[in-house]
Design a protein around this ligand. Structure first.
Ligand SMILES: [Zn+2]
Length: 288
């Protein structure tokens, strides 16, 4: 299972009555459940294979469990970050980089959404403890490079890495997948949650999980009364239920699978190139 979303055995059974939403139409499902022994995806690889591969880079997808408007599922951040990580890892592996995607951590920081049903919060201090344990496991096993690929705006691993890096031999780095390409080249509507970007990406990689756009909210948000806050120069976390009526931030109505495909392709190719360079890099000689 991936992030507890699906079991593989009953997928056909579960979806056979609803051909319009057959799972085999989803790129996400194909990537995870298509076939065994994709060596870049730990969830689909056995120990016999793992023992033979000199893995040098692990990728830890980190998402969230939270409401995404009226039209996207609570799994949205996990589905997206797992897909991006795995597709980029596949391309990097095919170029000779020994990378492996670890299971996704499905809980993010949701302290501003505690009053929204079934948003599940994992505090930054808990995330730091989880990350330390993952890094320690990799360290003793000789895998000394780790990318934390983030898929949720409330997560920020930079300060955690600043604290953890001096205590581990594992070279740590992080990226937000949705910032690996310039969104303004692909999307017209501003936003950052259940918006045009996220909706387009989900329409492309997991259309069976997207409700019809007619059911989607508008993603309207309230303005902060203080100018510096509106201008983004002073920051505070947003109380989600006050700021957004439907939990979305940004209109999803201009979304399309074609836009999602173009953005995903830009992100994945950028990330795959990074993974190839990161795998080849000498950790003791990173600067020139
Ligand atoms: Zn999201």
């Amino acid at each position: 299972m991936l992030c507890g979303i699906y079991g593989t055995s009953n997928l056909k059974e579960r979806y056979s009555l609803t051909p319009a939403t057959r799972v085999n139409e989803s790129l996400y499902q194909q990537l995870f459940f298509g076939f065994m022994s994709r060596r870049y995806l730990l969830a689909a690889t056995s120990w016999k294979t793992v023992q033979q591969i000199p893995y040098g880079v692990a990728i830890l997808p980190w998402g969230a469990t939270e409401a995404h408007g009226y039209h996207l599922p609570y799994s949205t951040d996990n589905v997206q970050v797992e897909y991006i990580a795995t597709e980029a890892a596949r391309r990097a592996y095919e170029q000779g980089a020994y990378v492996v995607v670890l299971p996704c951590v499905p809980f993010g920081v949701q302290t501003g959404q505690r009053d929204i049903q079934l948003c599940i919060n994992m505090n930054p201090s808990t995330q730091a403890a989880v990350l330390q344990d993952v890094a320690e496991s990799l360290d003793v096993q000789g895998i000394h490079k780790l990318l934390i690929l983030n898929g949720h705006g409330g997560n920020d691993f930079r300060q955690i890495i600043r604290e953890l890096q001096p205590k581990t031999r594992v070279l740590l780095c992080t990226a937000n997948w949705y910032q690996l390409a310039d969104r303004t080249e692909y999307f017209t509507e501003p936003g950052d949650h259940a918006d045009e970007l996220e909706t387009s990406v989900m329409m492309y990689i997991a259309p069976a999980l997207v409700r019809p756009l007619e059911e989607a909210g508008e993603g309207n948000t309230k303005r902060h009364r203080i100018r510096a806050m509106r201008e983004g120069k002073v920051w505070m976390p947003r109380p989600w239920r006050i700021v957004s009526h439907d939990t979305g931030v940004g209109s999803p109505h201009a979304a399309s699978p074609e836009k999602g495909k173009a953005f995903v392709e830009a992100v994945v190719s950028y990330l795959a190139q990074f993974l190839v360079e990161f795998a080849a890099a000498d950790a003791a000689n990173l600067y020139e």
